[in-house]
Design a protein. Structure first.
Length: 174
């Protein structure tokens, strides 16, 4: 293998895999999936635990902690919009919830993945000249992911709870 291609090998392997997964995901988006609102908290909590373990290995400085608020807030804003893009429906008889992702929500994730790859390439070559630790860039991306998934799940939980309450009130009134 050429030494010039060696740095790009992870991308040559992962990009086709990601594209196959995204194509399969787009095909499966036409079907609704059961939504268990009581379990929406699990993914953000697992992400926070993993982020905490990684951050404990190389703790950010005081100034870096302040910078972590920016991607957390940006991820939260995008997470709220991504959660809004999810179509949630309630069966009027059983009150079972179904969620269906919109293509726009998937395109948002594709954009975020592309941004992550660009930042990864740039950070490898420019992090030292910027005076930034590479681990801090990982911390920034983790904060963004926690904001994105955490707030998305909060929005979906609140909306699902409201929809179930409305369905129960409509069934009781009928």
């Amino acid at each position: 293998m050429s030494e010039q291609l060696r740095p790009y090998l992870p991308y040559l392997i992962s990009v086709p895999i990601i594209l196959v997964v995204l194509v399969l995901r787009l095909r499966g988006m036409s079907r609704g999936r059961p939504l268990r609102a009581e379990w929406l908290w699990v993914t953000p909590v697992l992400l926070m635990v993993m982020a905490g373990l990684l951050t404990a290995q190389a703790p950010p400085t005081t100034q870096e902690w302040m910078w972590l608020a920016l991607p957390l807030a940006l991820g939260g804003i995008l997470g709220w919009y991504r959660g809004k893009m999810m179509q949630i429906s309630v069966d009027p008889d059983t009150h079972a919830l179904t969620a269906k992702a919109s293509p726009a929500a998937l395109y948002l994730i594709v954009g975020i993945i592309l941004l992550r790859y660009v930042l990864n390439i740039v950070s490898r070559t420019e992090a030292s000249s910027w005076g930034v630790r590479p681990m801090f860039i990982t911390d920034l991306l983790m904060a963004f992911g926690i904001g994105l998934l955490g707030v998305q799940r909060v929005e979906m939980f609140l909306r699902a709870r409201r929809l179930v309450t409305e369905a129960r009130a409509a069934k009781a009134a009928a």
